[in-house]
Design a protein around this ligand. Structure first.
Ligand code: SAM
Length: 298
C-alpha cells in the first residue's frame, strides 16, 4: 500500500464543499501568541481582541458538531457532546508515555493527543479519516503550535504505515469494524516489541463469550457491527495474538459523560435510550457501557 499516495489523495478531502469554507475561515484567523494549558478542559490562553474573539467563535461554531472535548479557545468555551476527560481519567493512572512513540487511532479532534503532552511523549501521531475532525484539530493546534501529527488515515492503514509505536490507543473504534479480530491483529503489528495497546469498547453484560450483532442500529448509531461481552472481547484479543489482556475498568455511559449541548447539531444519549426503561436502548438492546483494556503481546 502506497501510504504517501493515499496521504496526498486524502489531503484533497480538505477541499470538499462542506470542508473548504471551514479551511478558509481557519486561514484568515488572527495569529497571536498563546499558551496551551492542559487539563480536563484543554485551554488556549492569551490576549485576543474583540474582533478576534468574534472570529474564533464563528469559526468554531461553523465546525460543529464537536463530539470530543471540552476546549476553551480564548473566550470561547466549546462544550462538546462528550466530556472526554471522564475516559481520560479512567486511563491516565495506567499511562507512562514519557519519551514514547504514541499513536491515537480514531483520534477525532485530538483531545486525547493534547492530553498526552502532559507526559512528554517523544512523538504523537493521530489517525482519523474525518476531514471535519482534522479541521477542528487544526483550529486548536493553530494556537497550541504543538508538533502533534494528524493523519487522515484509518486503523486499516496502520500495518502499512511504516512506523512502530510503543503505545497505541484505539478508543471507541473496534465496534465500528466489521472484522474486529483482523483490526486487533493490525494494531498488534504496529506495536514495537513490548508495546501496549489501550482499547475501549462498548460491551454487553454476561459471562458467555458472545457478541450482539445489532440490526439497523445500536443506540441509533448505524455503523456498529458487534457489541461483545468482555469474555468475547478477551477472546478476540487472544486470537489476534495478544497474550496479556488486562481489564482496567468498566463504566456505564451516563448523561454526565455524553449529552446534547449547543455544540452538536443532532441527538445525544437521552434520545438513544428507551424513555420507559433507560437500561435499554431505543432498539431494546442493553444500554451503552464501556470496558477499558490494556493488551500486550508478551
Ligand atoms: C466513537 S469515536 C471515538 C473517538 C475517540 N477515540 C474517543 O474514544 O473518544 C470514533 C472515531 O473513529 C473515527 N473513525 C472512523 N473510521 C475510522 C477508521 N477507519 N479508522 C480509525 N478511525 C476511524 C471517527 O471519525 C471517530 O472520530
Amino acid at each position: 500500500m502506497d501510504i504517501a499516495a493515499l496521504r496526498r489523495e486524502r489531503e484533497r478531502w480538505l477541499e470538499w464543499k462542506n470542508i473548504a469554507p471551514l479551511r478558509r475561515l481557519l486561514e484568515t484567523l488572527p495569529s497571536v501568541e498563546a499558551e496551551l494549558v492542559i487539563g480536563d478542559v484543554v485551554q488556549i490562553v492569551g490576549e485576543m481582541g474583540e474582533e478576534g474573539e468574534r472570529r474564533i467563535w464563528e469559526t468554531a461554531w461553523a465546525m460543529r458538531p464537536w463530539r470530543k472535548g471540552p476546549f476553551q479557545l480564548f473566550g470561547t468555551f466549546i462544550d462538546s457532546e462528550w466530556r472526554s476527560f471522564i475516559k481520560y481519567r479512567i486511563l491516565s493512572p495506567f499511562l507512562d508515555l514519557e519519551g514514547k512513540r504514541v499513536a491515537d487511532v480514531g483520534c477525532n479532534n485530538g483531545y486525547y493527543m493534547f492530553r498526552f503532552l502532559e507526559q512528554r511523549p517523544e512523538r504523537v501521531v493521530g489517525f482519523d479519516p474525518s476531514p471535519l475532525f482534522k479541521t477542528q484539530f487544526d483550529l486548536i493546534n493553530f494556537y497550541a503550535r504543538t508538533d502533534l501529527h494528524y493523519e487522515l488515515l484509518g486503523v486499516e492503514h496502520l500495518p502499512f504505515y511504516g512506523e512502530l509505536f510503543d503505545t497505541i490507543f484505539c478508543l471507541g473504534v473496534i465496534y465500528h469494524r466489521s472484522d474486529p479480530v483482523a483490526t486487533l491483529k493490525g494494531l498488534r503489528k504496529a506495536l514495537k516489541r513490548g508495546g501496549e495497546l489501550f482499547l475501549d469498547s462498548l460491551y454487553i453484560p454476561g459471562e458467555e463469550p458472545i457478541a450482539l450483532c445489532p440490526g439497523e442500529s445500536y443506540s441509533k448509531i448505524s455503523n456498529i457491527h458487534f457489541v461483545p461481552t468482555i469474555a468475547a472481547l478477551e477472546n478476540w484479543a487472544k486470537k489476534a495474538g495478544f497474550s496479556h489482556v488486562q481489564v482496567l475498568a468498566t463504566r456505564e455511559t451516563d448523561s454526565s459523560e455524553q449529552r446534547r449541548t449547543e455544540w452538536i447539531t443532532g441527538e445525544s444519549l437521552e434520545d438513544f435510550l428507551d424513555p420507559e426503561d433507560p437500561t435499554k436502548t431505543v432498539e431494546g438492546y442493553p444500554a451503552p457501557r464501556r470496558v477499558y483494556l490494556r493488551l500486550k503481546e508478551r
